[in-house]
Design a protein. Sequence first.
Length: 358
Amino acid sequence: MTLQKTSIAIAVSLALGCVGNAHADQASDMQAKLDALQKQVQELQAQMAALRKKQEQAAPAAAAAPAKAPANEVKAGKELVFKVGGGEVQLYGHADVSLDDQTNGMTGFLHNGLPVTGHNGWVADVSSNLSFFGVRGNRAVSDDLKGVFQFETEISYAATPGASDQATDTTAQKFELGSRNSFVGLQSEEYGAIKLGKTDTPYKTATARLDPFASTPGDYNAIMGNSGGDNRTEFDFRAPHSVWYESPNMSGLHANVLVSPGQNRSTNTGLYAQGEPDCSGGNSTGGINGNPDLTPTSCEDGSFYTLYSADLTYESGPLYATVAYELHKDVNRIGDEIVPGTIGIRDESAYKLGVQYT
């Protein structure tokens, strides 16, 4: 009995000794881990202090260096639009080149019993049609007002750039910068836009969408814009030195009004408008009194003074309807004179109606 109690006491003592040794080992491991963690914290603090010092040294140099201008942002979408200086600038254009086969309808014609000379009938040609390139942009002036601009030029892919037609007295260049609709102005969503520059007249644009052959050599301009039976299209006109108003859309209604001052000191509008390279109504390509060997020395056949043009359109769904009117003041015409030896001066006007349902 005594031996058994002694054995139990020895076992308890051994167990307590083992537990004490285990606690001592755990405490030693914990202290080692704490020491290692403290060392890591101290190293991290030293690294942060070194980084802070490096940043403080670099700050003066960064402040002295000029700020790098950000790249112009390209606006998302199909059109090429850049955000520039708080506004937008768009590059746009149209390329249309065709191989054509045209006829003057004179195949087999006779003159005084002899065939008409020249390459009559069908002749092949390459045309640039109405290819063009332009830049337009806008910048906000206030919440509902922005400044706008555009300059546009015709592009000659096929023909050699040069005079606007083959008349010997013309000087205008079709392919110079700004040869097409170009302007500056102010535009408001609520009140519309007012612009200055040159543009297709409202009379011209009112029915342009109705032309099935638009932008080709076979467009309807020579028919719809011709009043004198010659090669000019004075009522299908891009009016220079003009000011015009474009109304906002009012439940489908829209109006345009344009005035092109005469800028001509001549009482019979026989001079070029000031600043212009050609006569107001286009130079005569038929010569004087129908003689192609003679060319006018002044604007005495079809030139006009001030031009007024306006249109009113309505569009709703598939329906488009328009009415347009244009007036040319003091038009001179050879053959219209009342007193022989003078130049006939008359006002000329035109109006048209158009309806489209698609």
